[in-house]
Write a protein that binds this ligand. Structure first.
Ligand code: BTN
Length: 326
């Protein structure tokens, strides 16, 4: 109920009477008063004025269970939200929860990670109070071949969700890094439990760099933050809610078609390398070409100098711009 009160006060932006809150949530005046008291303890500045009611006076960036719940206006994605001040890794926690039967849509969020994990066994810098670290639990019934496309769906959702929540011009670097002004501001790590073609679960982990910070030397040249790149003060909770909303909508389109086809055009419109020269770092040998976009199975179509177009499968292969990361 605390999150619902918070959501209503925020939406109204004016006083809401105690009577209205009681009727809306079917609880006593004492219950409302207690809930408001707990929100105040959490740091919310709620004014209570006789004969007028309650007013959410100022909204400083608060990031926690109630803030996230109160902003999660989705059907299933992000329900429930489970927030931690600190975790080793949200992916690790999500896997434990998924094993124990956590429902599809469960969202694990942490303010910091002590062992944040990136792709290819790398670490993911995860300081407190600055960034978004979350993992969404999915329990799809589709064929295992479609699983690798879920990261493309999330890539599109993050790029579009951020664009809707702030002024940042986000782009996708195939397959699913998100870049702003050529800097990587987001990475994703999907992990899956499968048995005999049956997907038990997919945990979709996402890290978004929000506030200005010092990065470890090995990523400093490539990594950036949303705030530095778009110059705005941002709310992590509102960004995260925007991303989850975008994901729910993209994922439903993907499920309905049983394919990435309905999203290909939108993905390609945000592909940072589209129609640019790229270097394909294939373990069998590096080559160059022009990236023409992805196909319906998520392969990057690279046009070679003889005009032939070769599909590149993400797996072991990375793509770079001719002169750097993009
Ligand atoms: C990458 O290397 O680009 C992927 C980074 C993925 C980081 C996120 S942060 C939330 C989730 N928990 C983790 O330990 N990793 C992912």
């Amino acid at each position: 109920m605390k999150s619902k009160i918070l959501a209503l006060l925020r939406e109204r932006g004016d006083y809401v009477s105690g009577q209205e809150l009681c009727e809306r949530f079917q609880v006593s005046r004492t219950a409302v008063w207690k809930a408001v008291g707990q929100l105040k303890k959490e740091g919310y500045h709620i004014e209570a004025v006789q004969n007028r009611g309650y007013l959410l006076a100022e909204e400083k960036e608060l990031y926690g269970q109630y803030e996230l719940e109160s902003r999660m206006n989705t059907k299933w994605a992000g329900h429930p939200v489970i927030y931690y001040d600190s975790l080793t890794s949200t992916n690790l926690q999500a896997k434990l929860d998924a094993e124990k039967g956590a429902a599809e849509g469960t969202l694990i969020v942490a303010d910091m990670q002590t062992a944040g994990r990136g792709r290819k066994g790398r670490a993911w810098s995860s300081p407190a109070g600055a960034n978004i670290y979350f993992t969404l639990i999915l329990k799809p019934r589709f064929a295992v071949e479609l699983a690798s496309m879920v990261t493309l769906v999330m890539g599109l959702a993050v790029a579009e969700g951020i664009r809707e929540s702030c002024s940042a011009q986000t782009w996708i670097k195939w397959p699913n890094d998100i870049v702003v002004n050529g800097k990587k501001i987001c990475g994703m790590l999907a992990e899956m439990s499968v048995e005999k073609e049956y997907i038990h679960y997919i945990v979709m982990g996402v890290g978004i760099n929000v506030e200005k910070q010092a990065f470890p030397p090995e990523v400093a040249a490539v990594a950036g933050t949303l705030q530095e790149e778009c110059g705005e003060k941002l709310s992590r909770a509102s960004l995260l809610a925007g991303v989850i909303r975008a994901f729910e909508s993209c994922y439903e389109a993907f499920l309905q078609a049983d394919s990435f086809a309905p999203l290909v055009e939108r993905y390609n419109a945000l592909l940072v390398n589209k129609d640019r020269e790229v270097r394909v770092l294939d373990p069998k040998g590096e080559y160059q070409g022009i990236a023409r976009g992805i196909n319906e199975t998520g392969e990057l179509l690279v046009e070679l100098c003889d005009g032939t177009v070769t599909p590149v499968y993400a797996g072991e292969v990375s793509v770079r711009g001719l002169y750097g990361y993009v």
